[in-house]
Design a protein around this ligand. Structure first.
Ligand code: SF4
Length: 278
């Protein structure tokens, strides 16, 4: 017993101070790609998930990056595009709207305005998202119980999610916990692209949670279908089955990225807003 106490004292506090203090990811961490405006940007064919698209408009080539689809593989940042694309180190990428995850860059002509957000259908969804967020913050802001739903994931996102409960991240210090029943929960975190077999289960689980509730899509598969996409086995993302409050990109997102997304859902931190340029 004495030895355990001495070891504990020697180890000290291992819990991160994030989000009260910034968190620096390890050297090998790879965040989202950053496209350099005006450079020779990669062709969409290089991307295995369809995160890169292009269109030609008024003589300019516009390349769009969909962060929800990106798996941060780094292929678009390899030669010959190494100068045009760099892998960033930002992990605070969660967004409330799917459109906020699309970044559009004009390639090859520095004279044309550089970065443009892809404009959403109307301004109303923003107001609606903010109204819902303030209601969620009022009711759930200081204490949030989440039910985790694995809707066909490869388990990578699940491991990162479980890491939130270990002594390093310890989400309970922020009033956040995970529960076994949707009837005890204030919201769900969904991982995986939602397989067709699980569509009904996902819908019924969320419907069992009293309102107001939050739905958080964790990882590229849940946010957009990711590398799995949409097909006869996969719905292609949570939003195809249910309205989503917060999207957390990554494959998988690191634990701080998930924590950031949960705090965005609660209105305790601000979500990312386009455009974001390197
Ligand atoms: S890093 Fe993202 S955008 Fe680039 S090739 Fe990989 S999945 Fe596509």
């Amino acid at each position: 017993m004495l030895r355990i106490l001495i070891n504990a004292l020697r180890t000290g506090v291992v819990t991160t101070r994030y989000p009260a203090e910034p968190s620096v990811p390890p050297d090998r961490f790879r965040g989202a790609p950053v496209l350099r405006p005006g450079s020779r940007l990669p062709l969409p064919a290089v991307c295995p998930t369809g995160a890169l698209t292009e269109r030609f408009d008024a003589g300019a080539r516009r390349v769009a990056l969909d962060l929800a689809r990106c798996v941060f593989c780094g292929r678009c940042a390899e030669d010959p595009w190494a100068g045009a694309v760099a892998m960033g180190r930002d992990f605070e990428l969660a967004a409330r709207r799917r459109d906020d995850m699309r970044i559009q860059v004009v390639a090859g002509d520095p004279a044309v305005p550089a970065v443009e957000p892809v404009v959403g259908p109307t301004a109303d969804p923003i107001a609606e998202a903010e109204r819902a967020s303030s209601e969620i913050h009022r009711v759930l802001g200081r204490s949030l119980h989440l039910r985790h739903l694995d809707a066909g994931s490869c388990n990578a996102c699940d491991w990162e999610l479980y890491a939130l409960l270990n002594p390093v991240y310890d989400v309970r210090r922020l009033g956040i916990d995970f529960v076994a029943s949707p009837r005890h929960a204030d919201g769900v975190v969904v991982t995986g692209p939602v397989t067709r077999n699980l569509e009904t289960a996902v819908r019924r689980t969320v419907e069992a949670i009293p309102e107001p509730r939050v739905v958080i899509a964790v990882g590229a598969c849940a946010a957009s279908g990711g590398i799995v996409g949409e097909g006869y086995v996969s719905a292609g993302g949570v939003e195809r089955v249910l309205p989503v409050d917060v999207y957390i990109p990554g494959c998988p997102p690191r634990p701080e990225a998930i924590l950031f997304g949960i705090l965005v859902a609660l209105g305790r931190l601000d979500a990312r807003r386009p455009p974001r340029e390197g």
